[in-house]
Write a protein that binds this ligand. Structure first.
Ligand code: HXC
Length: 238
């Protein structure tokens, strides 16, 4: 499939890379971009030559949020009845291989939410994370109001979302929002190193492990342990 708003490539180390490519709009996430991103991730998920995926943007912006101009005219029906967010934003949740967000520059609003949908976030030293939706009279609706409070202490999540303030890479690292903060010149190199280390592992075990953790996180511990026991026994069939 050919894409207009993203670029894709497959690295020799079994890593599929998606680069968001609307540089003039700071990679603002519109319908077409999110549809293309979902299709590319699904393609990578189905490709046995790929063990891990990376989503990245430009040096200035991972993504500065959902496309504000496009959203400005949306009504209740456009957003809720036509599933503005769930239709294509949540495809990344159904991807079974590990996904890493490599963030340089702005990861704001839907951009921050997109990064949080990934399994790992590596941040360049110029990264800025934030949920500024409240300044537009809306609030984080791409999973942010739910994922942030599970990822950070509740009081920190509320502070970010109620004020719209930004976090730099060091602050995001200290709070546990990102896995690693690196000099911006080394962002892709460090991300690809991690991706390659993951991509060489058993694809079957990784899928079961991701499944076990994602579903287990939402279960009470006894149910999560029973789910884990079922998953680990299935791995023995591989
Ligand atoms: C559409 C955007 C955009 C966005 C930037 N641009 N962010 N277009 N949607 N989210 C465009 C600008 O309009 C401008 O286009 C160009 O990108 C460069 O932006 P500048 O503002 O000139 O750059 P700069 O001065 O460096 O400021 C960067 C910035 C600022 C701090 C990131 O652009 C900004 O505050 N953007 C909005 C961030 C935001 O509020 N995000 C949350 C969106 S809501 P032109 O044509 O003028 O050059 C959201 C909700 C998700 O994500 C879920 C909803 C249910």
């Amino acid at each position: 499939m050919t894409y207009e708003m993203i670029q894709t490539r497959i690295d020799a180390d079994k890593v599929g890379v998606v680069t968001l490519n609307r540089p003039k709009q700071l990679n603002a996430l519109n319908e077409q971009l999110m549809t293309e991103l979902g299709a590319a991730l699904k393609e990578f998920d189905d490709n046995p030559a790929i063990g891990c995926m990376v989503i990245t943007g430009s040096e200035k912006a991972f993504a500065a949020g959902a496309d504000i101009g496009a959203m400005a005219t949306y009504s209740f029906a456009d957003v809720y009845v036509h599933d503005y967010i769930t239709r294509n934003w949540e495809i990344i949740r159904s991807v079974r291989k590990p996904v890493i967000a490599a963030v340089s520059g702005f990861a704001l609003g839907g951009g921050c939410e997109l990064a949080m949908m990934c399994d790992f976030i590596i941040a360049a030293d110029n990264a800025k994370f934030g949920q500024p939706e409240i300044k537009l009279g809306i609030f984080p609706g791409g999973g942010g109001s739910q994922r942030l409070m599970r990822q950070l202490p509740m009081c920190q999540a509320k502070l970010l979302m109620f004020t719209g303030d930004f976090l730099n890479a060091e602050e995001a690292l200290a709070m546990g929002l990102v896995n690693q903060a690196v000099p911006r010149a080394q962002l892709l190199e460090e991300t690809m190193k991690l991706a390659a280390r993951i991509a060489e592992k058993s694809p079957v075990a990784l899928k079961f492990l991701k499944n076990s953790m994602l579903h287990g996180a939402d279960m009470p511990l006894p149910a999560a342990l029973a789910h884990e026991a079922a998953m680990i026994s299935l791995v023995f069939d591989s």
